[in-house]
Design a protein. Structure first.
Length: 227
């Protein structure tokens, strides 16, 4: 009889840098550190309980994600997003995601469709629980399955490079009134078209979803700019 090895470590242990990176990234996405907040190595090191060297590496990584920007004579701050930048990001999203949706519909990969269906179910539950961090994570999972099932790996790499700023925009839009119903409904239309193998319908549903999110984000950024 084979005895299951319940002690086996299935995942590699995370480094202190990885843990600190997750903590600071989450603090930014949760608006604990709002846009424009100055990030000092000493303060972050004290809050995280890590060395300045670790903090420096974390800040450098977050700069590559677009979540942090360095300002001359001021140092690193949490990146600000203006309506023009957001519009450009959504324009790119619309092109990349609609192309991926069409390719996914043509591929009709059953395993990917099941992953997307599960992610969408988790998104609905997360909205009910007001767990917006989970909404963002499961939305990313939904799109990853969609892109990779259509063999849009280079396009997914491009999305990943924008992922920090996309996540900030998602964190803004998902908390807006009515989005808990509209967002999942729009994703459901994309999924239905992919599952039916209807590439044109998947492309159109994806474009409409991005346009709706873009309108919300730009309106919210405009309101912030007026304050």
């Amino acid at each position: 009889m084979t005895i299951p090895n319940v002690l086996r470590i299935s995942e590699a242990p995370r480094t202190l840098r990885e843990i600190a990176l997750d903590k600071v990234r989450s603090a930014i996405l949760d608006q604990h550190f709002p846009p424009g907040t100055r990030l000092t190595e000493r303060d972050l090191g004290e809050q995280l309980g890590v060395s300045r060297t670790v903090v420096r590496e974390v800040i450098r990584h977050l700069e590559s994600e677009g979540l942090v920007q360095s300002i001359p004579n001021q140092g690193p701050i949490v990146a600000r997003l203006d309506p023009e930048t957001a519009a450009e990001i959504y324009e790119l999203r619309g092109l990349l995601e609609s192309s991926a949706a069409g390719a996914a519909a043509k591929a009709a990969d059953r395993a990917a469709i099941m992953t997307m269906r599960e992610a969408l179910s988790n998104i609905r539950k997360a909205y009910t629980d007001r767990n917006f961090r989970s909404v963002v994570a499961e939305t990313t999972r939904f799109y990853e399955a969609m892109f990779l099932s259509g063999n849009k790996r280079v396009a997914w790499d491009m999305v990943q490079r924008l992922n920090g700023r996309i996540s900030i925009l998602r964190s803004m839009t998902i908390a807006s009134p009515g989005r808990e119903q509209q967002g999942p409904e729009q994703l459901q239309k994309i999924l239905d078209a992919i599952e039916a193998g209807q590439a044109d319908a998947a492309i159109n549903a994806s474009k409409l979803h991005v346009l709706a999110a873009s309108a919300i984000a730009i309106r919210l950024l405009d309101l912030k700019a007026q304050k």
